[in-house]
Design a protein around this ligand. Structure first.
Ligand SMILES: Nc1ncnc2c1ncn2[C@@H]1O[C@H](COP(=O)(O)OP(=O)(O)OP(=O)(O)O)[C@@H](O)[C@H]1O
Length: 353
């Protein structure tokens, strides 16, 4: 994860709004009152559910959409007010990669990466030098004569990344770039993006609906919900102390820990009659992440806790973990209140009789 000194904002959204005309009379407010600084040199993640406004926000950065109100500033340029020539300059400074790669099927790997340079009128010897360099940077030297149809998804995205870097941009926009990839390939592409961020000092603004992507590479995060930024800051701070329900719900599922099948098969949503256990997910973060809270729950309140599954990992060198536990349903509310008082997050998953 990038954790570098930053020098000001690479992108600033100021009081940004965007509405679309809908068929009939009403309007869709895709974005409203968005204020956000994307610090230069960071990898910043924008996370939100489908329809939250992520793509619209991203598309404003390179002028593919115009704001209805407010401004987007990229490296000092007001994108919404830029004339044609200034917009061309901005677009050279802002590369973009896509979920479905958007490669030209009739061009080879080399041809796809060369395209932006051909359009910019770069001399062919210079194009060859730069394209060879870029293809090496993304590890595709052996495949430069292949066509997109002959590549895996991860290889196609590497071509997309090389092409986006061709004009030596200051900012790279990533539109769900790993959403179509399997988990292993996702990791290799995220690692490549992190390397590029570190080596080139490039600012990366990525949109995603997966908190795991944010956890893995973003030093900063903004959570978008219903067209508004509901929470933003350094990733660890947001993970350690999420304020908004949307952030909390994104966080609870990210470790991928699942209940053992003997419990999952018996889990019911309503508390049954008679003695039962409440199954709870506990998210550990912040200053209490490593405290022996469950032992204290038992010794201070006399509530026994059964551990069902768990994992602790690091986010930006800080501990962050999830535990699935069960406690006697009768005393579960008391147990959850105790844990919440000590700044742990709890979520009721169900009951077993
Ligand atoms: N060109 C358009 N015309 C009309 N409405 C639009 C247009 N583009 C987006 N919208 C609407 O704006 C809202 C935000 O859409 P947007 O595509 O930015 O969301 P998103 O968070 O990127 O969603 P997803 O993850 O599904 O791509 C949605 O209600 C969408 O229907």
């Amino acid at each position: 994860m990038a954790d570098r000194q930053t020098s000001g904002a690479a992108i600033t959204f100021q009081n940004l709004g965007k509405s679309f005309d809908k068929k009939g009379s009403s309007q869709v407010m895709a974005l409203e009152g968005v204020n956000l600084d994307v610090p230069a040199g960071t990898i910043t993640g924008i996370i939100g559910r489908s329809g939250a406004g992520k793509s619209t926000l991203l598309r404003m950065v390179n002028g593919l959409e115009q704001p209805t109100s407010g401004t987007v500033t990229v490296a000092g340029h007001d994108v919404g007010r830029a004339g044609a020539a200034e917009l061309r300059r901005i677009r050279r400074d802002v590369g973009m990669i896509f979920q479905h790669f958007n490669l030209l099927s009739s061009r080879t790997v080399y041809g796809n990466v060369a395209l932006p340079l051909e359009i910019a009128g770069v001399p062919s010897a210079e194009i060859k030098r730069r394209v060879d360099d870029l293809i090496a940077r993304v590890g595709l030297e052996a495949l430069s004569r292949r066509y997109p149809a002959e590549l895996s998804g991860g290889q196609k995205q590497r071509v997309g990344i090389a092409r986006a870097l061709a004009t030596q941009p200051k900012v790279l926009l990533s539109d769900e770039a790993t959403s179509a990839l399997d988990p292993e390939t996702t990791q290799t592409v995220l690692k490549l993006l992190a390397d590029i961020n570190r080596d080139l000092g490039l600012t990366i603004l990525l949109i995603t609906h997966e908190m795991a992507v944010v956890r893995d590479i973003a030093s900063h995060v903004a959570v978008i919900d219903g067209g508004r930024i509901v929470e933003a800051g350094p990733t660890y701070d947001v993970f350690a102390d999420p304020k908004h329900p949307t952030t909390r719900s994104f966080l609870t599922g990210i470790t991928g820990i699942t209940l053992p099948s003997f419990i999952a098969g018996r889990l019911q949503a309503e508390r049954p009659q008679g003695p039962s256990q409440e199954v709870i997910r506990i998210t550990f973060a912040g200053r209490h992440a490593t405290d022996p809270m469950l032992a204290r729950l038992t010794s201070e309140l006399g509530i026994a806790v059964n551990i069902l599954a768990g994992a602790i990992e690091e986010i930006g060198a800080h501990p962050f973990g999830n535990l699935l536990v069960s406690v006697e349903a009768e005393r579960a509310a008391e147990a959850r209140a105790y844990l919440e008082r000590h700044e742990l997050l709890t979520e009721v998953l169900g009951y077993v009789g």
